[in-house]
Ligand binder design. Sequence first.
Ligand code: GLU
Length: 420
Amino acid sequence: MAGDYNPYNEMLKVLEDAAKKLGLKENDYITLKYPEKELKVAIPVTMDDGSIKVFEGYRVQHSSVRGPYKGGIRYHQNVDVDEVKALAALMSLKCAVVNIPYGGGKGGVTVDPTKLSKGEIERLTRSMVTQFFPIIGPNKDIPAPDVNTNAEIMGWFVDTYSTLKGELSPGVVTGKPIALGGSLGRAEATGRGIMFIAREVAKKKGLTLKGARVAVQGAGNVGGVAAKLIHREGGIVVALSDVSGGIFKEDGLNIEEIVTFLTAERGRLLKDYNEPGLKRISNEDVLTQDVDILIPAALENQITEKNADKIKAKIIVEGANGPTTSAADAILDKKGIILSPDILTNAGGVVVSYFEWVQNLQNFYWSEAKVNESLEEIMVNAFNSVWATAEKYNVSMRVAAYMVSVERIVTAAKMKGLAN
Ligand code: GLU
């Protein structure tokens, strides 16, 4: 991680703030400051040229107070233990804010998957599952996709786990292909949840998605889908970016066409997309466009004290985990920008992961309409609790979301005798 930025400390700052506002004593929440378990593994992979490379991987199990550990696994060159620890803690908070019966965990492998062939990624995944095998399981710790991981990788995951276990265990991982027990609606769930939250926040500001100008940083399974679904609601997506840079169009980009282009084959990037009237901008410029709604949906540490003052959006909905630093939060707050935090906004993914897991455990599968309706109900209820808490205590939506979740975790811990 660059500079002094430590994502785990960022999480701790908000946690302390929320605990204070709740009037908790340190005894009540001190255990939340320490992940329950951290596993670091070496992952040997035979590369296509016959050489063996060893990648480093982590699984951090932050809290199991409210249920088994739950959270994705990312493949990225900047993965380190502080990032995975922070993301694991955010998962505990996220599952609590939407009130699904999970704790929180997260995994990561330090690897740039764009430099690996598909076969190498498959062998990396199977080797990783072998290393994680002793600590995961449908009732222990249930991984899922995250940055640079997808349904195909979850398919290899469930196959390796089931082979080692000696029984088909679809419930060990979520975000699987439909043919292997995945849930209808899971692939688009994070983006759909973001659309619901953007709609609800907009309503509070007297706006509608129809006609709203929107900028989205990130064009993958989170940003791309959110942009597409908001566009379908009549939103005008003027700016979008991915790792290759950003694009801008004053009267709105052709989002359907862009998403179809990007998803047609592995490795497609925005720099290779074109349409009449399109302007190229930098990834950072996407954040400072004159829009109603800004959706950072890429990585953490994007909105910082360096650029927060330049943000013109009225509303920010965090599609990514941890995109805004606490220093930036304070600046945005002063500017009167409403920010809906990651643990609420992007919870749609883990909510439908929960539905997938329930379907796997029951061997009874739902229609896509039932998945989407149940997702909407959970997201809107969670939004309403966070909004009401923010109003009642006169705090930001981020602190309010932490208050709702910390309350739930601490109450469960107390009933187990883990806090006093
Ligand atoms: N990786 C997603 C997240 O950060 C989904 C996790 C899950 O479905 O378990 O919320």
